[in-house]
Design a protein around this ligand. Structure first.
Ligand code: KMH
Ligand code: ZN
Length: 286
């Protein structure tokens, strides 16, 4: 693994996701204006990357590139956050719909490794499908468009898909891997320190590692990740609580807490421009 400079941490905020609804928390931003405003507030607190899921007018996940484009424009009107779109989409979207967002030309996009089984909720029993050939096709599409993949890894076996992309020269260094921990899908590992250390052990040497963990594990695992020189992801997509029994007021509140902890550890949040350099992205103004 490539560790970040000791005095830096790159913070991604996953503001919306596919599964969190206004009924679960009124703080979740769904429409383009709300998403852009939430992203901007997180930028002001120290986030460098925003992970974006678009919703339709009814609040359901959509892959519509026009909606992604509108979100990008509204964020760009406010700040220079790195734009990272989700190709994980949502359980209601087809494989084709999930990757439509690439047409909106984000700087990064999630690229999920391996297939998982949903075990609860309305889509229990369906697969979150990411076959090796689909992963390759999507990586190729990203490479053609100069979009950096954020490879999402939920278990050790998924490093096989990462290695396949490396072997076929479909991704560029530094590789960027997001470890998604504690996801309640069959085939995803638990969010514990032991699993985190073990996933890092199996990660390719030339990868920058981001850590995201679901629910109550978000705070301890991202804190541990900072100590280890990883990037972190916080936000309502993965965790809607500030602490047990208390909903987070906003995405920005979660980012602000991580920044306070980072500073106690002697780290400053990387600005989007600093993060672009570290991740090998083009500067925004060239
Ligand atoms: N919902 C996260 C735990 C994606 O957007 O591609 C996984 C995720 C997938 O972020
Ligand atoms: Zn996501």
């Amino acid at each position: 693994m490539i560790t970040l400079p000791q005095d830096k941490v790159i913070i991604t905020v996953s503001v919306t996701g596919a599964m969190v609804t206004k009924a679960m928390t009124p703080a979740v931003p769904e429409q383009p204006d709300e998403i852009a405003q939430a992203a901007y507030e997180c930028y002001n607190e120290g986030a460098a990357i925003v992970h974006i899921h678009a919703r339709d007018r009814q609040g359901k996940p959509t892959g519509d590139p026009a909606v992604y484009g509108e979100i990008h424009e509204k964020i760009r009107a406010r700040c220079d956050l790195i734009l990272q779109d989700s190709t994980g989409g949502g359980a209601n979207l087809s494989l084709e719909e999930r990757v439509k967002c690439l047409e909106a030309r984000p700087e990064m996009a999630s690229l999920n490794m391996g297939t998982l089984l949903r075990v609860s909720g309305a889509y229990a029993g369906t697969t979150f499908s990411n076959s090796p050939s689909d992963i390759e096709a999507w990586a190729r599409a990203m490479k053609e468009r100069e979009i950096k993949p954020e490879m999402e890894v939920y278990s050790h076996s998924m490093f096989r898909d990462v290695q396949n992309l490396i072997d076929k020269n479909l991704i560029e260094k530094p590789f960027y891997i997001n470890l998604v921990m504690g996801m309640k899908y069959q085939g995803a590992v638990e969010a514990t320190p032991k699993y985190l250390m073990s996933l890092i052990d199996f990660a390719p040497a030339e990868a920058i590692i981001n850590v995201s963990a679901v629910g109550a594990a978000q705070l301890p695992l991202t804190t541990m990740a900072m100590v280890l020189g990883c990037c972190i992801r916080v936000g309502l997509e993965d965790n809607i609580y500030y602490r047990k029994g208390e909903l987070a007021k906003s995405n920005a509140q979660l980012v602000a807490r991580s920044v306070r902890i980072a500073r106690e550890l002697g780290k400053e949040p990387a600005t989007p421009e600093e993060a672009r350099k570290i991740l090998g992205l083009k500067p925004l103004k060239s």
